[in-house]
Design a protein around this ligand. Structure first.
Ligand SMILES: Cc1cc2nc3c(=O)[nH]c(=O)nc-3n(C[C@H](O)[C@H](O)[C@H](O)COP(=O)(O)OP(=O)(O)OC[C@H]3O[C@@H](n4cnc5c(N)ncnc54)[C@H](O)[C@@H]3O)c2cc1C
Length: 514
């Protein structure tokens, strides 16, 4: 692998073959695949923070952990050996090992915030302008290919609704994303606003030390409770099976079960809900009341299922440490909040678990040949490339399956594309609608009746759009994509190399997916 520091400077800029944006789980995984599959390409990862981890470094609230199992949230190439649901610290350790074992570290430029990306068709180059945050110096890179792994939300500014009366509240208000781990909540009354995955994580942790926790939710969420262990993994280890095999087999088992679950959620949602309730009763007791606080209005799986290892949130409720209020927040008061039905909830600390502020391409201004890119004017190719934006891919993972499954899959795809360009001697690739796509209906980024979390719905007018054919959709369907993406024909008419479509369809690639 060529190292970035050895690359010549072009007009004051350091040149590399590939710039990867972000050292989160996507950026680190993409760097691994680039090193493995395109060993002659030089690259840097530009990361705004002083360390790697992205999401797992940003969030520091009590109990912060994954809600996916790490056998599938971990990369396919690095066995996971811990508990299926893991703390942020354990995930950071795992990522640190990936960086260390594969010599990725020297290619990461920490503390570099990307301010602008400009493509020139004359030079077939991206110019990536960044600020070195330690001293404010402008640092510029040029690259042939831009691999966007910057995630999908603003790490600095979370989403806080504009609630009336916030200035009146005399206690401590904080969004979970900005939680300072030094905050002492021992013996305090804590109010958590929200009921999604963050609330499900933070509430059992607060309940251990707080005087009392109240969860104020606008509407209920589906919860899945189970032990935080994988029986098959334990058994395989017990009989001496090696970790790479355990990882491969357990991943296959979990993905098989999840696929079955997704199909059942669509075909028999009521039966699935009854099973989820049975799992909750196992931890909370047979008499546990689901009405009104634990009976959601939406279809199961339309939003992420909140996972509770060992039924922790329900145990807190049964122990009297947690109360749930299902209502809308009318106003903040001096001592807490008042809901629309007039209930006063007093609290010493109010924690908003109200989700993210969508950040499209890290809000980095992009231009192509001097013209500013408006992402909403572009149409996505399978949620990874965009019309009129050459030599660029975005890693946007799965929400209903582990995000990282798509990191590995797109790693294979981008590397094949780069290698194919080299075979063709091509300097520029872009995706473009074909004649047969001219009358295609152009639709919002996601289908609202398929998957509809608030932060995506709030940002649809800023996200790229899609068509209604598989090539032009971001379908969030791991099971369809694991068949389709490895077989993409890189010479198909939707790919344009150096301004020309390939005349003949080429050989389909076949890439092994784990
Ligand atoms: C608390 C929490 C728990 C989650 N749990 C799960 C889970 O269990 N399973 C799951 O599948 N998904 C989960 N998710 C979704 C999660 O965000 C993704 O799974 C994944 O971690 C995203 O990784 P990423 O590398 O794509 O983006 P991020 O983690 O967002 O990392 C992006 C990186 O890019 C950097 N960056 C952004 N803009 C710039 C710029 N202009 N210049 C330089 N650097 C920049 C950021 O600093 C950051 O380090 C969770 C999300 C949260 C918030």
């Amino acid at each position: 692998m060529a190292t970035a520091s050895l690359q010549p400077k072009v007009g004051g800029a350091t040149h590399v073959d590939v710039v990867i944006v972000g050292a989160g789980i996507s950026g680190v995984g993409s760097a691994y695949h680039l090193q493995e599959q395109c060993p002659n390409k030089s690259y840097v990862i530009l990361e705004m923070k002083d360390t790697f981890g992205g999401t797992w470094e940003t969030h520091k609230y009590p109990g912060v952990r994954s809600d996916s199992d790490l056998y599938t949230f971990g990369y396919r190439f690095k066995p996971w050996v811990g508990t299926p649901v893991a703390s942020a610290d354990a995930i950071l350790d795992y990522m640190g090992e990936v960086i260390e074992e594969n010599g990725i570290g020297p290619n990461i430029r920490y503390g570099h915030r990307i301010d602008r990306c400009s493509w020139s068709s004359k030079e077939n180059l991206w110019t990536v302008e960044s600020t070195r945050l330690a001293d404010g110096a402008a640092v510029t890179f040029t690259c042939n290919f831009l691999w966007m792994c910057q995630g999908y939300y603003d790490h600095e500014k979370p989403y806080i609704p504009d609630w009336p009366g916030m200035d009146k509240y005399k206690g401590q208000f904080v969004h979970a994303q900005l939680w300072d781990p030094k905050t002492d909540y021992t013996g305090k009354r804590v109010l958590v606003i929200g009921s999604g995955a963050t609330a499900a994580t933070v509430i059992p942790a607060f309940a251990e030390k707080a005087a009392h926790v109240t969860m104020l939710q606008r509407s209920p969420t589906y919860f899945a409770c189970a032990e935080n262990r994988n029986e098959l993994a334990d058994r395989l280890r017990q009989i001496g099976i090696d970790e790479p095999t355990v990882h491969r087999v357990v991943r296959a088992q979990i993905m098989h079960d999840q696929n079955l679950m997704t199909q059942r959620c669509q075909n028999e949602p009521d039966a699935v809900f009854e099973e989820l309730k049975a799992m909750i009763r196992f931890y909370a007791g047979e008499d546990f009341q689901f009405e009104p606080h634990f009976t959601p209005k939406y279809r199961v799986w339309q939003q992420r299922l909140a996972f509770c290892p060992e039924g922790d949130i329900f145990k807190a409720a049964v122990a009297g440490k947690l109360s749930v209020v299902t209502d809308t927040l009318q106003t903040f008061t001096e001592k807490g909040v008042r809901t629309s039905s007039g209930e006063e909830i007093e609290a010493d600390i109010i924690v908003a678990a109200t989700g993210f502020r969508l950040s499209v391409m890290g809000e980095i201004p992009f231009s192509v040949d001097g013209k500013q890119v408006n992402w909403h004017d572009t149409i996505t190719y399978r949620g990874m490339m965009f019309t009129d934006v050459p030599n660029m891919a975005w890693v946007f993972g799965y929400f209903r399956a582990s995000w990282t499954l798509r990191v590995d899959m797109l790693g294979d795809f981008v590397c094949s594309l780069l290698n194919h360009m080299d075979e063709l001697g091509s300097k520029r690739v872009e995706v473009a609608l074909r004649d047969e796509d001219k009358d295609m209906e152009i639709l919002p980024w996601i289908e609202a009746d398929n998957f509809n979390p608030g932060y995506l719905m709030r940002g649809l007018d800023r996200l790229p759009r899609r068509g209604d054919k598989p090539e032009w959709r971001h379908n969030q369907d791991y099971w369809a994509e694991r068949e389709q993406i490895p077989l993409i024909d890189l010479d198909a008419a939707e790919f344009v190399y150096d301004g020309k479509r390939r005349a003949t369809a080429g050989k389909a690639r076949k890439v092994e997916v784990a």
